[in-house]
Design a protein around this ligand. Structure first.
Ligand SMILES: O=P(O)(O)OC[C@H]1O[C@H](O)[C@H](O)[C@@H](O)[C@@H]1O
Length: 543
C-alpha cells in the first residue's frame, strides 16, 4: 500500500519549535487540533521531517550503509491521530529511501524487540523502530519513541534528530514535489509483529513452568487495557497459556480513552481493575498503560501491586533468582522499600533519579563498573530487567508474576495470587503518602528573566539551607536528585520535574499530623519564592 501524501500549504516552523518537541528521551506534541490553548505542533509535515531526521541519524550511526539497505518498523498505540502520523512517518522514511514496515497497533516494548528478533519471514531484525505514542497523556497529544538494537534513544540522540528534522523541514517546505513523489510511489510492507512478540512471552512462561503447554490453566486473570494497545495480552498471551480471562475490560483500542486514563499510577484506573478482580472473583488483575511499557497488578483480595508495592514484589522475585543483587529505583521510593529490600530480601537498594531512562542507564552503568544489578524500576510502573535486554516492558513484568503463579502451583504451594501477596509481607507502608506538584510561573517577575530550572534550583538550595539549621530534620546522606529529608518518622523529597516547570513534593509519614509537620517545614522554607505556586501545600497544611 502506498502512503498517501498531503498537499496543503506548509507553514514555517522555526528550529526552536522543533527542539521544544523534545520530552527527555521522547518526542511529544499536540497532534489533534481543537483543544483551547493547545495549538497543533505535531503536524504531518513536522512528523515527516522527524521521521526523515531519524533516518539521517540512523544512517550516520551505521557508517558505510546505504539508506536503501535500512529497514525501519513503525507501530502505534490507540490514539485517534495514530493513522495520520503513521502515514506521515512512512512518507518521511520513504523520502530518505528507507524500507518501511508497518505493524499497526503495537506496544512500545514490541517495537524495541523488533530490532532484536531474528526472523526474515517477518522482516526482522529491523535496523530501527519508531513507536507513535504519548503514553497516558490526553487524547490530543502524540509523540515518538525510537529504538535500535542498542535500546531506546537517549536525550542527545533526540536533540540530534530534531535538529536534522528542522533542516529537512525547510527543504520539504521549499520543494515538496520530489520527496512527495518518491514517498507516494513507495510501497509499505505490513507485518503482524505483535503475534511474534506475544508468542515470545508465551514461550517464556511455558519455559519457566517446565515446558507445560498451559501452565495457567484454571487461573482466572482479568486484564484492563484502558482502551490502549494492551488488549493483545488476553487473546495472544493469557488464553494460549490456559488462563480464564472473562471480565477483562477496555481491551478495544479507543483513542478517546472513554473509561479511564490508561495509567497504573492513576487512582481511578487502579480502582477500575480492582473492581473487576473483585466482581469476577479473579485470582489476579493486570493493568497496562496505553503503550504497555508500564503495568501494575491486583491480587485476589483487591490489594494493589503498583508503585512501591510493585517494586517490592518484583525485587522479591528478582532477588530469589539473583541473591544480593542491586535494585535500582527512582527517587520517590519509600524508606520502607529500602528496609524491605535490604533487611528482608538481602539485596541492595540504589535509589537514583526519577525517569525510566535514568534508572535503566544507571543499572547498566552499575553492571559495567562491576556492581551486579538485574532490575531497574520506577514507581511509575516502568520496569526493566537485565535478562530482557534492559527493556522497560510492562508485559514482561507481568510475565514474571505469571511465572511465579505457575511455578508455585507446580511445586504444590496452592493456587491463586497468595504466593505474590506473601512475597511482600513485611513491607512497611506509610499511613500517608502524597505528591503535591508546585508550579513555577515562568512569566513571573521574580524569575528576573532566568529559566525555571535556575529558579527551581534556588528554591531547592534555600530548602537545603533551612533543613541544615533544623535539628528535627535530617538530610538524606546519599541523594541523587532534589532535597530528601527525614523527620517526624517520615520523609519528604522536593525536586525539579523532569520536564515541566514544576517542583513535585513527595511526603510520606506515619500520620496526617506528621505529614503536615513536614509540609509546614517545606512551606516555611520556600514561601519567599513568589513565582512558586504553593497553594497545594497551603491547602495540605490547612492554613
Ligand atoms: O518529573 P515528573 O514530572 O514527575 O515526571 C517523571 C516521569 O516523566 C516521564 O513520564 C517519564 O516517562 C517517567 O519515567 C518519569 O517518571
Amino acid at each position: 500500500m502506498a502512503a498517501a501524501s498531503s498537499s496543503t500549504a506548509i507553514p514555517t516552523v522555526e528550529k526552536s519549535n522543533f527542539l521544544k518537541l523534545q520530552n527527555g528521551s521522547d518526542i511529544r506534541g499536540v497532534a489533534v487540533d481543537g483543544v483551547e490553548g493547545e495549538p497543533l505542533t505535531l503536524t504531518e509535515t513536522v512528523t515527516e521531517a522527524i521521521a526523515a531526521g531519524f533516518s539521517g541519524w540512523l544512517l550516520a550511526k551505521k557508517k558505510n550503509v546505504s539508506s536503501k539497505c535500512l529497514r525501519v518498523s513503525i507501530g502505534h498505540d490507540s490514539r485517534i491521530s495514530a493513522q495520520k502520523l503513521q502515514d506521515a512517518v512512512s512518507r518521511g522514511l520513504a523520502r530518505a529511501g528507507v524500507e518501511v514496515i508497518q505493524y499497526g497497533l503495537a506496544s512500545t516494548p514490541a517495537m524495541f524487540n523488533s530490532t532484536l528478533t531474528e526472523n526474515e519471514e517477518f522482516s526482522c531484525p529491523v535496523d530501527g523502530s519508531i513507536m507513535i505514542t504519548a503514553s497516558h497523556l490526553p487524547y490530543n497529544r502524540n509523540g515518538f519513541k525510537f529504538f535500535t538494537s542498542a535500546g531506546g534513544l537517549g536525550k542527545p540522540d533526540i536533540k540530534d534528530i530534531l535538529e536534522r528534522a528542522a533542516d529537512i523541514y525547510k527543504n520539504i517546505a521549499n520543494d515538496d514535489s520530489k520527496g512527495a513523489e518518491t514517498a507516494a510511489s513507495l510501497d509499505v510492507k505490513r507485518v503482524d509483529y505483535m503475534s511474534v512478540y506475544a508468542s515470545n512471552l508465551v514461550a517464556a512462561v511455558r519455559k519457566a513452568a517446565g515446558n507445560i503447554e498451559k501452565p495457567l490453566e484454571g487461573f482466572h486473570i482479568v486484564v484492563d487495557a484502558g482502551n490502549g494497545a494492551g488488549g493483545f495480552f488476553v487473546g495472544k498471551v493469557l488464553e494460549p497459556l490456559g488462563a480464564i480471562t472473562s471480565g477483562s475490560q477496555f481491551l478495544e483500542p479507543d483513542g478517546l480513552f472513554p473509561n479511564h486514563i490508561p495509567n497504573p499510577e492513576d487512582k481511578t484506573a487502579m480502582k477500575a481493575i480492582t473492581k473487576a478482580v473483585l466482581d469476577n472473583r479473579a485470582d489476579l488483575g493486570i493493568i497496562f498503560d496505553t503503550d504497555v511499557d508500564r503495568s501494575a497488578a491486583v491480587d485476589s483480595s483487591g490489594r494493589e501491586f503498583n508503585r512501591n508495592r510493585l517494586i517490592a514484589l518484583m525485587s522479591a522475585i528478582i532477588l530469589e533468582e539473583h541473591p544480593g543483587t542491586t535494585i535500582v529505583t527512582d527517587s520517590v521510593t519509600s524508606d520502607g522499600l529500602t528496609t524491605f529490600i535490604e533487611k528482608k530480601l538481602g539485596g541492595k537498594h540504589h535509589r537514583f533519579k526519577r525517569g525510566y531512562k535514568n534508572v535503566i542507564d544507571e543499572a547498566i552503568r552499575l553492571n559495567s563498573v562491576g556492581e551486579e544489578a538485574h532490575l531497574a524500576i520506577e514507581t511509575s510502573g516502568h520496569g526493566a530487567l537485565k535478562e530482557n535486554h534492559w527493556l522497560d516492558d510492562g508485559a514482561y513484568l507481568m510475565v514474571k508474576l505469571l511465572n511465579k503463579l505457575a511455578s508455585a502451583r507446580t511445586s504444590g504451594l496452592g493456587g491463586g495470587s497468595k504466593v505474590l501477596t506473601d512475597m511482600v509481607e513485611g513491607l512497611e507502608e506509610p499511613a500517608v503518602a502524597v505528591e503535591l506538584r508546585l508550579k513555577i510561573d515562568q512569566n513571573h517577575p521574580d524569575l528576573q528573566g532566568g529559566s525555571f530550572r535556575d529558579y527551581g534550583e534556588a528554591v531547592l538550595k534555600q530548602l537545603e539551607n533551612t533543613v541544615e539549621l533544623d535539628a528535627k530534620l535530617l538530610k538524606a546522606p546519599v541523594n541523587y536528585e532534589g532535597v530528601r529529608v527525614s523527620g517526624y518518622g517520615g520523609w519528604f523529597l522536593l525536586r525539579l520535574s523532569l520536564h515541566d516547570p514544576v517542583l513535585p513534593l513527595n511526603i510520606e509519614a506515619p500520620s496526617k499530623e506528621d505529614a503536615v509537620k513536614l509540609a509546614h517545614d517545606v512551606l516555611n522554607a520556600v514561601k519567599g519564592f513568589t513565582a512558586l505556586d504553593t497553594s497545594a501545600l497551603t491547602k495540605f497544611v490547612g492554613v
